[in-house]
Every structure is written in C-alpha cells, then in structure tokens.
Design a protein around this ligand. Structure first.
Ligand SMILES: Cc1cc2nc3c(=O)[nH]c(=O)nc-3n(C[C@H](O)[C@H](O)[C@H](O)COP(=O)(O)OP(=O)(O)OC[C@H]3O[C@@H](n4cnc5c(N)ncnc54)[C@H](O)[C@@H]3O)c2cc1C
Length: 309
C-alpha cells in the first residue's frame, strides 16, 4: 500500500515481494530448533560469549578468535577471567550487520576494494497479540509513503502468524536528511494511520526490538574469502533489500561456505594421505592459511552470475 496522511492506495505487488505459499515463522523459535539439530550432530555452541578479537598466524592468515575478558572491574582494578582462544582451520564470520570483527577483516585484507560503500537502515519491530477479529492468519502487508516524506527512504511490514499474533515493523534508511527525524517516533506515528490502527485496537504489545540492516545490495558485497576464513550472511551484506529478507541468503551463504570448507579440508586430508588433490590449497597446514575461493565462486553461481568472489 502507498500511504498518504489520511488515505491508502493499494499498489500492485512487485514480483519479488510476492509471498504466496511462504510460511510466516518466528526466527527465534527456528534458531532454537536449528541449534538443537546442530548440537545433536555434535556441534558445540557457546552462547553468551562475544568474539572480541581476531587471531592471526605468523604468515598473516586467520587463526581463530578470542573471547573477551570477563569480570574485570570498571576501571580494570579487579582481576577477572581471561577470555579463551578458539583456533580453527577455517573461521567463518557471521556477525550480522556491520560486524565489529568483520570491520577489522575488511581493512586487513582490503576486502572492500573496488566495491560500493555499504549503506544502512534501522529496523524496529514489535510483536503484538491482537483481538481475534483483527487477526487474518497468513496476511502480509507492506507500506511505503507516510509518515516518510518523498526524500526519506522507509516503509513498514505487518505479518499475521498464528495465535492472534501480529508482527509489525518499520525500516528507515539511515541517510535521512532531517536531523530531528526519530525513526522510533515515526514508527509509532505509522501505527495511527486510519488503514493500520484498527489492527491494534484492544491489542497488547508483547515484545519489541531494533537492529541495523545492510542495504547496499550486490554491488556492496565485499570479497568474501581471505586466508583462513570467510564472511557469510549480513556481515557480508547479503540482505536482499527489495524483499527485506536476509535469513534465506544468510543460511544459503553459510551452506555454500561450509561445503567449500569441507571440500578444502577433505582435499588436504587426501593429499596428506598421498591421494591426488581435488583442490590445490595454498598451504600444507590443513587449510589453515588457504583462501576458500570456491565459496565465492559458488555464491556467484547461486546468485545467477552477479555475486563477487
Ligand atoms: C526489523 C527487521 C525485520 C526483518 N525481517 C525479515 C524477514 O521478514 N525475513 C527475512 O528473511 N529477513 C528479515 N530481516 C533480515 C534478517 O533479520 C537478517 O538478514 C538475518 O538475521 C541475517 O542473519 P545473520 O545470521 O547474518 O545475522 P544475525 O541474525 O544478525 O546474527 C548475527 C549474530 O551474531 C552475533 N554477534 C555479532 N558479533 C558477534 C561477535 N563478535 N561474537 C559473537 N557473536 C556475535 C549477534 O549478536 C547475532 O546474534 C529483518 C531484519 C530487521 C532488522
């Protein structure tokens, strides 16, 4: 829908925003389920610890990450627990939008040379329990226009999953010119529009949150691989902006990176066992310093020839 302050105009659905046949799910629930599957396969998950530093081998390739120290006093006056080092043959970074370690990798390996700068938006989202009469399971609404003006990029989404729940959110491009604009206030204003407010009459807000989005698209994708590791998901910038979807591309890039790493490490194992090499790694250290370039090629193929290596 296109919104003016008082009216709403139904627009034709752009093909990339057609969601017929798709499921509306809770990503939190999905990740919890997926985490269980991974743990059952022997994957170790360490929640609650941020990777605070990238570790490097002497030859400059990535060796792994270190978690931050914990328990130190505010002024460093209290002795805490030192972080731990996690070493890997290949380290895959999946930090989400504008990852703090990823930024250091961009610089160290010049991964952003020759690509467009990344651009960003802020997305604010709320989960509501609405009156049964206002709930239409499976309904999806996207709006552009009011309360944004003609020069400010932004729009909303409303999803109706199960159990009388409605997910409502608003995204604002972070290149807005008006320094007084508050994305949060604009989101609250959006919910008062005559075409929208009915959904929330008698409703109860259950939770809310906000997060940045990478909005640069394909031309802003950095080089994805470097000696000892690779970037996947939003930290690389895989969000599909016209669709406002990044979970599928995050998962697919993770799968392609995993396949490339598996192939690389298997080739190294075979070569150590005296078998012919399927892939020529740049080092004999079992893929530690190799660049998993096959991942970049797979992404390009998956994106129909327009991804960057
Ligand atoms: C409001 C909003 C609505 C959206 N709606 C949709 C939608 O409907 N459909 C869709 O497909 N996509 C949607 N997206 C986009 C989607 O959320 C992202 O594209 C997707 O989550 C990217 O997955 P990711 O794993 O790359 O990053 P994230 O989901 O951001 O996960 C990265 C994780 O790494 C953690 N992390 C970061 N740095 C470190 C560190 N140094 N050490 C340890 N952990 C770290 C972060 O805390 C985070 O948990 C939406 C985004 C927003 C903001």
């Amino acid at each position: 829908m296109y919104l003016t302050e008082t009216e709403s105009i139904q627009l034709p659905t752009p093909p990339q925003m057609n969601n017929h046949g798709n499921y509306i799910i809770s990503l939190g629930n999905f990740c919890r389920w997926l985490g269980q599957q991974a743990e059952e396969l022997g994957v170790e998950i360490y929640p609650g610890f941020a990777a605070a530093e990238v570790l490097y081998h002497e030859d400059g390739s990535v060796k792994g990450v270190a978690t931050g120290n914990v328990g130190t006093g505010k002024n460093g006056d209290q002795e805490g627990e030192p972080g731990i080092e996690l070493w890997a043959k290949q380290t895959i970074f999946a930090e989400g939008c504008r990852g703090s370690l990823t930024k250091t990798l961009f610089e160290r390996f010049n991964l952003r040379d020759g690509v467009d700068p990344q651009t960003y938006g802020i997305g604010i989202k709320e989960l509501w329990e609405v009156q049964p009469g206002h709930h239409q399971p499976g309904k999806i609404t996207h709006t552009v226009g009011w309360p944004m003006n003609q020069t400010t990029y932004g729009g909303s989404f409303l999803y109706h999953p199960e159990d009388n729940l409605v997910v409502v959110g608003f995204v604002v491009g972070l290149d807005y010119k008006n320094p007084y604009l508050s994305p949060y206030e604009e989101f609250q204003r959006f919910k008062t529009h005559p075409a929208i407010k009915g959904v929330f009459e008698g409703a109860r807000r259950i939770s809310y949150g906000a997060r940045a989005l990478s909005e640069g698209g394909i031309q802003s994708l950095p080089k994805l691989t470097f000696p000892g590791g690779a970037l996947v998901g939003d930290t690389a910038g895989f969000l599909n902006v016209p669709k406002i979807k990044g979970t599928h591309t995050a998962m697919k890039s993770g799968m392609l990176a995993a396949e490339a790493v598996f192939e690389l490490l298997s080739a190294n194992a075979e070569s150590r066992a005296g078998k012919p090499r399927a892939i020529r790694a740049r080092s004999s250290k079992a893929g530690c310093t190799a660049n998993c370039g096959r991942y970049g090629t797979s992404v390009r193929r998956s994106a129909g020839g327009c991804g960057k290596p």
